[in-house]
Design a protein around this ligand. Structure first.
Ligand code: SF4
Length: 697
């Protein structure tokens, strides 16, 4: 038996972007494990991706192009050849583009985070076609926008440094489930004497292991940050020198946070006033004693109406106390902007022809439910006539799911889906193109949780007739008669173009070398803002943001209550008194892996975590089937009665594949299409519901 080891990268939407080693025996992958030499991965993959071989050779892999024969949503198809699939797609797209190419919409997100199989050849294709553009907002744009108003870029504390911190606030995330390698560093810090504080409405697996847990009301993180700033200023736990040299707007900030007394903060956040005081003291004392105080900020805080401001406010804290002076201090939301990406080179927006009669149109992926149902109008432009979905599963993951499904069920909508499995979205496709998995194609990855470029070499030949996304779009471009030489770039040539080798952080980036070595670390200072140098317009940490003022926003940290909460929507709360969040399960990642039998077996079935007091008044016992509903929809789940969620909160862990849930529904039946204060993002955790014992079936 001939065995070889292939260097690869985990492609999933996770900040850890692990370096993987794939063992291949006689052309078949037999094991995927973490690379022990990669400093962040350190030989460990999460449970999910340890099963990547099972996923790759899953008996339900899509291996051939398919054509729909049933009704939309039924999922009945017949096998066709690639030639028929491509010519059918090209002829429909040509016909639609003849009227108005903006009626064609790409729909994609982070099914792979790879620079090559993500948006490279695909975007070249859609740019050349003149299709509508997609605003890719579904996960991170609210927090990213807010964070950048304060700090200037999605750059922050190096994950590898957290083990040296003396205090870590784990804010709005559950790293045990979704940022495992940061969690390893946090545990090491704890072993060395650090204090870990979880700030999360839910006692997650992570919160249960921290010394302190602050279970605030969902959507009130911005208020907690304002209250902390009030106390740091009141108690003079400030680094005056840092503030003087490296920040702007301190006096305005001081005036603003004066309103945020500990009592007001506690009342808004639904926590005891002592918790607000003690958290501020802990953070201030740590910093004032010259020890590194760090924050790991996660995207959970920004899936609510005021989510952008929440991230902005939290990002102000390290500058007040001078925590940035330490490599292990500061804050990290995302390291994504550390990378000098050559996005324009990869996506070629210059291929778009400008047509004054048909100005380019952008559709927000978070409102796909409404937009697929919208007729043509002067404001909206042409009705969407075709959707090409790749790296995403909108029927399951987009908010207000019933509308999304109704949109995809339109018989006059031409839908193409590039996929590895028959997801909920595939069931609505007219044509399905089988896509390769990470073991079968080339890619190169940036990360949003560390600072390495990671290579992905193909370990095995594509299964069946599956093709990489790049190849599918290359072939489609040829069918459409697109002749620009960029459509001939190979995947290796694309990987070589992905990063700017002349930029100081990626100087000498050489794909051939990275492909062989497996990774290269960016050249970043250990403490990125120890001496200021924030990439904001002022070059300082901006407590006051002129940019925000120009954008019509409050230029100072503020608090916007959720759309839906007992305090902010009392009338609605009479009917739907419980807040609901739907964070990821440990064994699933968005909707990826829900169909992997061994992982689904571990998770069991859709659950709803509910506090004992909330269960008792509804006559609900642990294990009962419950109906969760609001003005948008309903679903059934099995109640798990525990005090993990705070009183008044229910938690529907994870987004299940609808068709793998007994009632064919998931948590997005209940979420809304209302958008955040910044970044036009969805408000998945800004939801009120009612729960009752399900009637016997
Ligand atoms: S999902 Fe995250 S933790 Fe798991 S292997 Fe991929 S990058 Fe690593």
């Amino acid at each position: 038996m001939s065995t070889r080891l292939v260097r690869a990268a985990c492609p999933h939407d996770c900040p850890d972007t692990c370096a993987m080693l794939v063992t291949v025996a006689d052309g078949r992958a037999i094991e995927v494990r973490g690379d022990p030499d990669h400093p962040n991965t350190a030989g460990v993959l999460c449970t999910k991706v340890s099963r990547y071989v099972e996923r790759t050779y899953h008996p339900e892999r899509l291996l051939y192009p398919l054509k729909r024969i049933g009704r939309k949503g039924e999922g009945r198809f017949v096998r066709i050849g690639w030639d028929e699939a491509l010519s059918t797609i090209a002829s429909r797209l040509r016909e639609i583009a003849g009227r108005d190419a903006r009626a064609i919409l790409p729909y994609s997100y982070a099914g792979t985070m790879g620079a090559v199989q993500g948006e490279s050849m695909a975007m070249r294709f859609f740019n050349c076609l003149g299709a509508s553009q997609l605003d890719r907002t579904i996960c991170a744009t609210a927090g990213g926008t807010g964070y950048k108003y304060t700090i200037g870029a999605k750059i922050g504390t190096d994950t590898e440094q957290y083990e040296h911190a003396k205090l870590i606030l784990i804010w709005g995330g559950n790293p045990v489930a979704s940022n495992l390698h940061f969690w390893t560093k946090a545990q090491e810090a704890k072993r060395r004497g650090a204090i870990l504080v979880a700030i999360d409405p839910y006692r997650s697996l992570t919160a249960a292991k921290c010394q302190h847990h602050i279970a605030l009301l969902p959507g009130t993180d911005a208020a907690l940050a304002l209250g902390l700033m009030h106390l740091l200023i009141r108690d003079d736990q400030l680094d005056h020198d840092y503030i003087e040299r490296y920040t702007i707007g301190f006096e305005q900030l001081k005036a603003r946070v004066a309103e945020w007394t500990p009592q007001r903060t506690a009342d808004t956040c639904g926590i005891p006033v002592e918790q607000v005081e003690s958290l501020a003291r802990l953070y201030g004392d740590t910093a004032m004693s010259g020890e590194p105080a760090a924050i790991r900020l996660s995207y959970g805080v920004q899936r609510v109406r005021g989510g952008g401001m929440a991230a902005r406010n939290i990002a102000c804290l390290p500058a007040l106390v001078g925590a940035w002076r330490h490599a292990a201090g500061g804050v990290l939301l995302s390291s994504g902007d550390s990378y000098p990406k050559r996005t324009a080179q990869m996506e070629r927006p210059d291929l778009r022809r400008s047509d004054p009669a048909r100005p380019s149109r952008t559709i927000n992926m978070s409102t796909i439910g409404d937009d697929l149902l919208r007729p043509a109008s002067a404001d909206f432009g042409p009705q969407v006539e075709a959707v090409i979905v790749y790296n995403s599963n909108p029927v399951a993951v987009a908010p207000e799911s019933a509308k999304v499904a109704r949109g995809f069920a339109r018989e006059d909508l031409f839908t193409v889906v590039l996929e590895q499995f028959k997801t909920d979205t595939v069931d609505y496709a007219d044509i399905v193109l089988p896509a390769t998995t990470q073991l079968e194609h080339t890619d190169v990855h940036a990360s949003y949780g560390h600072q390495y470029i990671i290579a992905n070499n193909p370990a095995i030949a594509p299964l069946g007739e599956a093709k990489p996304n790049t190849e599918a779009f290359r072939l489609l471009a040829a069918q459409m008669g697109f002749t620009d030489p960029c459509f001939s770039d190979t995947d290796d040539e694309l990987a070589a173009q992905a990063f700017d080798a002349t930029h100081p952080r990626a100087r000498g980036y050489d794909w051939n070398r990275v492909r062989d070595d497996g990774w290269m670390k960016l050249d970043m200072p250990a403490a990125p803002f120890a001496l200021g140098g924030f990439p904001t317009p002022s070059g300082k940490c901006e407590f006051y943001s002129e940019q925000m003022l120009q954008a019509g926003l409050d230029p100072l940290p503020a608090y916007t209550p959720p759309y839906e909460s007992v305090a902010s929507a009392p009338e609605l709360a009479k009917d739907y008194p419980l807040a609901m969040i739907s964070p990821p399960q440990r064994n699933f990642l968005n909707t990826t892996f829900v169909n992997v039998q061994s992982l689904r077996a571990t998770e069991g079935e859709p659950h709803l975590d509910i506090h004992p007091d909330d269960a008792a008044v509804r006559g609900i016992a642990d294990g009962d089937l419950v109906r969760v509903f609001n003005q948008r929809g309903e679903l059934l789940a099995k109640a798990r009665v525990s005090d993990a969620p705070r009183k008044g909160l229910v938690v529907a862990l994870s987004i299940w594949w609808k068709k793998l849930a007994a009632d064919g529904r998931n948590a997005n039946e209940l979420t809304s299409q209302r958008l955040t204060d910044m970044g036009r993002a969805p408000t998945f955790y800004d939801v009120l519901v009612q729960v009752e014992k399900a009637p016997p079936s």
